[in-house]
Design a protein around this ligand. Structure first.
Ligand code: SF4
Length: 362
């Protein structure tokens, strides 16, 4: 083990070998790799040095920073300080003012082309970007300078990926996602509100272990996290198939954990691994907590998949096997149609079974 390796650093902070291997196993599972890769990941972290990271906050609520501060396996302090070398993060760094500016400029000069830039928040582009200014510089100019000199850029959350809430109609600040502002940069998108920190960490570890980024879809989202539909891994799916739906908040079906489709759940058209990785140390996720999925990772979901509690529309033409690439929000209605059809069919089947049962009981 190298003294300056990530594992050495974790050990110094009291992370046991057992917890370290547990972390490696979690990352292996998140990356959808076979268990046999766990030792390879552990070996890489025992040898590799921490990558330099710059974390930029623009037009956002800091929800993604909050999410990563709640991460574990090991705890986020370990994650931030030991797996990566966090050189700049306005929310949690000690320097401020000119000293903070200097930190940022130093890393751009000293580690040009070698650091990872993580961007949280949308970037206002209207009126030369004047609606978000940090230290006298617009977010627009900071994003261009920092991200065009980075080795790779990760967008943390839907705002940085697509513009998020700030870009909702009428989008007064011209809020945009990073790939529209710095189109030539090497970008990996982690949309979500917030993004799941486990996915971002898994991508960093993949990069350290294999020397390459994980496989991406056409919109630069890692397939290991965005390749499967929420609906297909949801723990309430059996109730959907059985036609057992919550019809009112707090009704018997809600108390029993039935499917939230009738309450506006967008899980059938959302692509993310929330049901398997969950949040806050795998404690829970929105559907487990009793609220439908709002497709928070979808491109411009605030305009396209709302209202929150509106049931997906009935339009024909849903193929059960699809991907985030194919479905898009333009096809959301089609997805809804198939779901609606299925839901109706399931309900009819259930009603028929009930009436047959009643008949046989007579
Ligand atoms: Fe789960 Fe929503 Fe699908 Fe129901 S509609 S199974 S709650 S994802």
């Amino acid at each position: 083990m190298k003294d300056d390796s990530i594992y050495a650093s974790l050990s110094k902070r009291g992370v046991s070998r057992r917890d370290f291997m547990k972390f490696c196993a979690t990352i292996t599972a998140t990356l959808a790799l076979p268990e046999a890769f766990t030792p390879k990941i552990a070996e890489a972290l025992e040898k590799k040095q921490k990558p330099y990271v710059v974390w930029l906050n623009f037009q956002d609520c800091t929800g993604d920073t909050e999410a990563i501060l709640r991460a574990s396996n090991p705890s986020v302090a370990d994650l931030l300080l030991d797996i990566i070398s966090l050189e700049y993060h306005e929310t949690i760094m000690a320097p401020s003012g000119k000293a903070a500016d200097k930190s940022l400029q130093d890393i751009i000069k000293t580690h040009k082309g070698k650091y990872i830039a993580i961007v949280e928040g949308s970037i206002p582009t209207k009126d030369d970007g004047i609606y978000c200014v940090i230290g006298g510089h617009t977010a627009l100019s900071i994003a261009k300078e920092v991200c065009s000199n980075a080795l790779v850029c990760f967008t943390a959350g839907s705002c940085a990926a697509w513009g998020g809430l700030g870009s909702a109609n009428p989008n007064p600040t011209g809020a945009s996602g990073l790939q529209d502002v710095v189109p030539g940069a090497n970008i990996v998108n982690f949309p979500g509100c917030p993004m799941n920190p486990v996915n971002l960490v898994a991508a960093v570890v993949h990069f350290l272990t294999f020397g390459s980024l994980p496989a991406l879809d056409s919109r630069n989202r890692p397939l290991f996290a965005y390749g499967k539909r929420v609906h297909d891994n949801c723990e309430r799916r059996a109730h959907f198939d059985a036609g057992q739906f919550v019809r009112q908040w707090g009704d018997e079906g809600h108390r029993k954990g039935w499917c939230l489709y009738e309450m506006g759940c967008k899980g059938p058209e959302a692509f993310l691994n929330c049901p398997t990785v969950k949040f806050n140390d795998k404690t829970s996720w929105p559907v487990q907590a009793g609220h439908g999925c709002v497709a928070c990772a979808a491109d411009h979901n605030w305009d396209k998949v709302y209202p929150f509690y509106g049931r997906l529309q009935k339009v024909p033409g849903f193929g059960i096997e699809t991907t985030a690439d194919k479905i898009g929000l333009g096809l959301a209605a089609a997805a809804a149609a198939g779901v609606a059809g299925h839901a109706v069919a399931s309900t009819l089947k259930k009603d028929k079974e009930c009436s047959n049962k009643e008949e046989s009981n007579k």
